[in-house]
Design a protein around this ligand. Sequence first.
Ligand code: MRU
Length: 376
Amino acid sequence: MPSAVQAIQCSQTVHRHNERDQYSDCFQECMSSLAEQAIRWSDNRLVLLDQRKLPSEVRFVECNSIGEVTAAIRDMVVRGAPAIGVSAAYGIVLAARQHCAASPGSWKKTIEADLQELLQARPTAVNLKWVVTRMRGAIAKAGHDRPEAELLHAAKQIHRQDVEANRAIGAHGAALLETDAVVLTHCNAGALATGGYGTALGVIRSACAQNKIKTIYADETRPWFQGTRLTAWELLQDGIPVTLICDGAAASLMRRKQLAWVIVGADRVACNGDVANKIGTYSLAVMARQHGVGFMVAAPTSTIDLEVSSGDRIEIEERSYREVTEYQGHTLAPAGARVWNPVFDITPAELVTALVTEKGAVKHPTADKIRNLMRK
Ligand code: MRU
């Protein structure tokens, strides 16, 4: 994290997730919905819940510039495709403020370099491209002087619409579940990964509210442990029981536990329905097919990339070898071991039982069905 990014830490921000009553006063007001407040615009800056530290530490990072927001996205202070997009929108508000102050007459041109850098921060999540395109539209319409209020309005609208989309996804997805469903989710596609409520976890939340769920399993999701650290934390914060499994236990789970659905999010969906999502998603889809388990992808239509014809054309982000050889500063692998660390994979459309968006669910997605959905 660059030194310019300030961490807001009150004296008692180090807590275990099951010690909620010990939260200090400064977190009291938001402790019932910390995950929902993972992205906040407050006092003219962006405040992000630092997802690298959860669940052992609840710590917020303050971003006052576009550089700080880009770094926060790249370093995974904030992660999850829609959450990256929402944070980027607020980052562009900060960029406009900076560029307007530095070069009032030409800020709409000078801001471009920062937008390009922002687009590179996480290459697989299409929401970044979607948000930059939308905010460019807002920039074009904004006045040359004091554009901040107009751009902030656009960013807040993106944030609000994402939460609304997730609630609709939750309802459409839950409708596909029978009662007493046993489900497995991968990575974290919850409130932490979105503007709020979640996509895959939105479906699970809605289904829980309808008493349709018997057991929720969550994959640990190596190497970053989004399942162990984030999904488990987020569900337990809401009082929703969750059972963690090692990634390698998924096939046995499907064979032995009458799993009904695997429910995941997406970083990008190609025109033909191929899905880019957290590494390990493809293997779950293959296993689900083998065991007759439904495979649901829950994602807003902003995650569908109409410029990409198939999954082969989606850039897969590769991250540092250290994510594999180390855990929180502890070395796990012997020196000299080589590492390949692609953090997403592609699940072919033919393995997807249902693609659930805010516009409705598409069973067995194809290019034609997706085109029709987008026209709605
Ligand atoms: O590397 P991450 O943690 O950003 O990856 C997140 C995922 O793969 C999620 O499943 C996806 O972004 C959807 S989040 C609603």
